[in-house]
Design a protein around this ligand. Structure first.
Ligand SMILES: [Zn+2]
Length: 142
């Protein structure tokens, strides 16, 4: 896929935009997120190849990406010693694969918000076992 001229992650990969790089290998870089919505120490792992979504990467590149994610997760674990290291990826803001790697704590706001949101959804949608069976079947057969 051709890289859009304005892709900030491509610019970072090419050294044309500044970033606080914390890890690099032949296929990926990891940078400290300048806008850490989920908390201090939040990093982004970014493939050097311009691809919009992680599921568009071939298996080999995906393996390398998640190996880099593991390396970054271990760095976060070593520095912050969080209860968990959480991952998130959507790609709405910048359409170039990036995996958020986030220190997460048993009682932090990220988890609490998530729990409240899921509880709210559960009450709203009234998910019953029969509905879960149908959802699982749809996904299994997709
Ligand atoms: Zn890009």
């Amino acid at each position: 896929m051709a890289k859009p001229a304005e892709c900030v992650f491509c610019k970072i990969v090419e050294g044309k935009a500044e970033a606080r790089k914390i890890y690099e290998d032949e296929s990926n870089i990891a940078i400290l997120d300048v806008n850490p919505r989920f908390g201090e120490g939040q990093c982004l792992v970014i493939p050097k190849k311009h691809v919009e979504q992680f599921y568009e990467l071939d298996d080999e590149d995906l393996f390398k990406l998640f190996k880099a994610v593991k390396t970054v997760a271990l760095k976060i674990k070593k520095v912050y010693n969080p209860d968990f290291v959480a991952l998130f990826s959507r790609g709405m803001g910048i359409p170039h694969v990036h995996i958020f790697v986030v220190p997460s704590y048993r009682h932090d706001v990220f988890i609490t918000s998530y729990m409240l949101l899921t509880l709210q959804r559960r009450f709203d949608s009234g998910i019953k076992p029969e509905k879960l069976d149908k959802i699982a079947e749809k996904l299994r057969n997709a």
